[in-house]
Design a protein around this ligand. Structure first.
Ligand code: ADP
Ligand code: MG
Length: 250
C-alpha cells in the first residue's frame, strides 16, 4: 500500500520557488494499477521520485508498505522497483545477463537466486535469445525489456514507472503493455505516469490526475466513466483540467 498524505514539494530555482506538488493526498492499495496523468510540468515525476524516496517532501508524508519515505528509505528501496523515463541505467558494454547480474549484486541476491531470477525474467519477457548479447546493439524495445527486467530483479511488490513508453515505437509500447498485464496478474502494485490516455484506459484500475501540482481527480476508472457519462478519457481529462480541483471532493 502507498499512502500519500498532504504532500507538497517546493524547489528553489535560483531565487524563485517552484511548487511542483501541492497538498496531494491519495492511497494506492496493494495489487492496484494506477495511472498518473498530467501534462508536462504537472508534478508527476516529482511525486514519483518522492514515493521512491529520492526526494524529501517539503511538507506532508508518504508511507510505502507501512514505512515512511524519509525515516525508513532503505526498507522501502528493497520493496520497490523504479524506472524513470529515458534512463535505462544499462551498461552498453555488458550483455543483458551481465547487466542483470550487476543489479542483482546491488540488491544482495545470492548467485543461485540471481540465476533463478534472471532465467525467470528472460522467460517472462521473451529475452532468452539475446541474454548473452551486448546491450549496446539492442533495439529500443529490447533495451526497454532489459531495463524493466532490471527494475524487477529483486522481485519488488511495488513498481513505479515514469513515462515508460514516451519515445518508444508502437512495438515497444506494446511490449510494455503486455508486461503490465503480466505484473498485474502476479498481484504487483504499479503506478505509472503517462500522457497517453489509451494506455491508461487499457491498463489501469484507477487514475490520479495532476494539474499544476495539484491532484484534480483520483478514483477508479469505472466510477469516473460513470460520473462523467463518457468513456473517453481524453475528453474527461481535458474537462477536469478546465474545472481544476475546486470540484474535487474526497
Ligand atoms: N530539480 C528541480 N528544480 C527546480 N524545479 C523543478 C525541479 N524538478 C522539477 N521542477 C519543476 O517542478 C514542476 C513539476 O515538474 P515534474 O515533476 O518534472 O513534472 P512532470 O513530470 O509532470 O512533467 C515543473 O515546473 C518543473 O520545472
Ligand atoms: Mg516527468
Amino acid at each position: 500500500m502507498i499512502e500519500i498524505n498532504q504532500v507538497t514539494k517546493k524547489f528553489q530555482d535560483k531565487k524563485v520557488y517552484v511548487t511542483a506538488v501541492k497538498h496531494v493526498t491519495f492511497t494506492v492499495n496493494a495489487g492496484q494499477v494506477v495511472g498518473l496523468l498530467g501534462e508536462n510540468g504537472a508534478g508527476k515525476t516529482t511525486l514519483l521520485r518522492s514515493i521512491a524516496t529520492l526526494l524529501t517532501p517539503t511538507d506532508g508524508s508518504i508511507k510505502v508498505g507501512g514505512f515512511d519515505t524519509v525515516k525508513n528509505p532503505d526498507a522501502i528501496k528493497r520493496k520497490i522497483g523504479v524506472l524513470f523515463g529515458g534512463e535505462t541505467g544499462l551498461y552498453d558494454r555488458l550483455t543483458a545477463r551481465e547487466n542483470l547480474e550487476y543489479f542483482a549484486t546491488l540488491y544482495g541476491l545470492s548467485k543461485h537466486e540471481t540465476k533463478v531470477r534472471i532465467d525467470e525474467l528472460a522467460k517472462m519477457f521473451g529475452m532468452k535469445d539475446y541474454m548473452n548479447r551486448k546491450v549496446g546493439g539492442f533495439s529500443k524495445g529490447m533495451r526497454q525489456k532489459v531495463a524493466i527486467a532490471r527494475t524487477l530483479i529483486h522481485n519488488p511488490d511495488i513498481i513505479l514507472f515514469d513515462e515508460p513508453t514516451t519515445g518508444l515505437d508502437i512495438t515497444s509500447s506494446n511490449v510494455f503493455r503486455q508486461l503490465v498485464h503480466q505484473l498485474k496478474r502476479d498481484g504487483k502494485t504499479i503506478i505509472f505516469s503517462s500522457h497517453i490516455m489509451e494506455e491508461v484506459s487499457l491498463l489501469c484500475d484507477s487514475v490520479a490526475m495532476m494539474h499544476k501540482g495539484e491532484l484534480v481527480h483520483h478514483g477508479s476508472l469505472e466510477d469516473l466513466y460513470k460520473s462523467e457519462g463518457s468513456r473517453d478519457l481524453n475528453y474527461i481529462f481535458m474537462s477536469k483540467l478546465v474545472r481544476g480541483n475546486e470540484h474535487y471532493a474526497s
